[in-house]
Design a protein around this ligand. Structure first.
Ligand code: HEC
Length: 405
């Protein structure tokens, strides 16, 4: 990922942190949302169960208590009482309760497709209840059914036609399928529907608020972490980089950085300061040695130059400058063989060999023709020393006038 490597440390950090936090928050939000969903589902199921139980108990009680009263007052028919009670209990709530039967008397109690399927299921298997999430008119709806089983008292009106009260016989003639139930047979079910859209909307709103809070916290975390990162890592490292590039630019080792912490960055800065201290000392020492060497160089009562193997002059003393009639600047970079002339000189003078791992000159002393100032040619005694430490070797050449007695 070259684009990532090219990013600033802080951007990288922010990017990684953001991704991690977003992932974390979304996962947490998703889990909370799912948990809440499960909770309201459980809540809906529990409520439906209690509601159904109440209605069934009401009907059972009415069925066992009512004798001939319903004859004169149809409102005392167990089904009618249970329906009224259910209506009153659920008034003002989104709950919708019905009591349905496959062999219904009142067309209002005709089961819909969903209820029909469940009722058939109840008749086949002994189930205590059944519930599921369904789409009703495109809206998510929780649906719950609890079966009603015929007990002895029900058979007074739902058993043999001949034994049924007159008002029942009058309404539902012989052969009507609402007769002939047996004890233990499923006679119908309490059916509860709860539209979930409103409840889900509430969780959605909760989640949005949750995300907003989390987003705020997330933002603060990024800001604080970014600030800590910048203060403790990025700024000191940047300062260090600036100091190092200053050293390479100016060659000065005077810079020191403030080390404020005892952590890895503090150690790094401490090491940098130590390094600078060391280099500054070495620099000072070597310039002292240089100065001493130069003064010694000047004290020698002969012309002295230091050359590379190809003859290039890198150092000279005043006597040499005077001898050749060239300034120090003029001499630097010139070849010594412009002054010590003759083919033999070039071939022989700096010829070396190795002995015991040390550089030795083929010829240490010789007489050579030297071109002095004003192009005067003079025969001079030349003494050469090869430095052993330097690779490639440096040659110090001493030129002495031949004293004529
Ligand atoms: C006093 C007579 C009587 C008794 C006792 C009785 N029922 Fe009914 N039942 C009726 C009548 C009448 C209806 C029709 C009500 C209506 O018009 O809404 C009915 C309706 C129902 C319904 C609704 C389906 C439909 O047919 O419209 C169910 C379910 C039901 N009864 C179950 C029971 C159960 C279970 C018992 C026993 C616990 C019971 N009934 C006891 C008279 C009775």
């Amino acid at each position: 990922m070259p684009w990532f490597n090219n990013l600033q440390l802080r951007t990288k950090f922010n990017l990684i942190m953001s991704l991690l936090l977003v992932f974390l928050f979304l996962t947490a939000a998703f889990l909370t949302y799912r948990k809440q969903q499960q909770l309201i589902l459980k809540f809906a199921e529990d409520n439906s169960r209690i509601l159904a139980r109440q209605i069934i108990e009401t009907r059972d009680y009415m069925s066992s208590a009512v004798r001939d009263e319903a004859e004169n007052n149809y409102d005392l028919v167990p089904q009618v009482v249970a329906t009224q009670v259910a209506k009153k209990i659920t008034a003002g709530s989104p709950y919708y309760v019905r009591q349905v039967s496959l062999r219904y008397r009142n067309p209002d109690n005709r089961p819909d497709n969903y209820e029909t399927a469940r009722l058939k299921n109840f008749s086949l298997q002994k189930l205590a209840e059944s519930s599921s999430m369904e789409a009703v008119d495109g809206k998510r709806t929780f649906r719950y059914l609890q079966p009603m089983v015929a007990v002895e008292s029900c058979l007074a009106c739902h058993g043999d036609y001949d034994k049924a009260p007159a008002f029942v016989r009058a309404r539902f003639p012989r052969g009507h399928y609402s007769y002939n139930y047996k004890v233990g047979e499923v006679i119908g079910a309490v059916s509860v529907s709860i539209p979930m859209a409103g409840l889900y909307r509430q969780i959605g709103a909760n989640m949005k608020q949750d995300l907003l809070y989390r987003g705020g916290i997330f933002f603060i975390i990024i800001l604080v972490m970014g600030w800590i990162l910048r203060r403790n890592i990025i700024d000191p490292v940047k300062q260090l980089a600036v100091s190092i590039s200053k050293v390479t630019r100016t060659g000065s080792y005077a810079d020191r950085l403030p080390s404020l912490t005892n952590d890895e960055i503090g150690t790094l800065i401490g090491s940098f300061n130590d390094l600078m201290q060391e280099l500054q000392q070495k620099d000072q020492q070597s310039s002292e040695i240089d100065a001493r060497y130069r003064s010694f160089f000047e004290m020698v009562p002969s012309a002295v130059v230091t050359c590379m193997q190809d003859g290039r002059i890198i150092m000279s003393n005043q006597r040499a400058e005077k001898l050749f009639g060239v300034s120090r600047k003029g001499l630097l970079g010139e070849s010594i063989f412009d002054f010590i002339i003759g083919e033999a000189a070039r071939n022989e003078l700096f010829a070396t060999y190795l002995k015991d791992g040390r550089i030795r000159l083929v010829k240490e002393n010789s007489f050579q023709t030297v071109r002095c100032s004003h192009d005067r040619l003079t025969l001079m005694e030349i003494a050469i020393a090869a430095s052993e430490g330097d690779q490639p070797p440096l040659f110090t050449v001493i030129l002495r006038k031949i004293l004529t007695v």
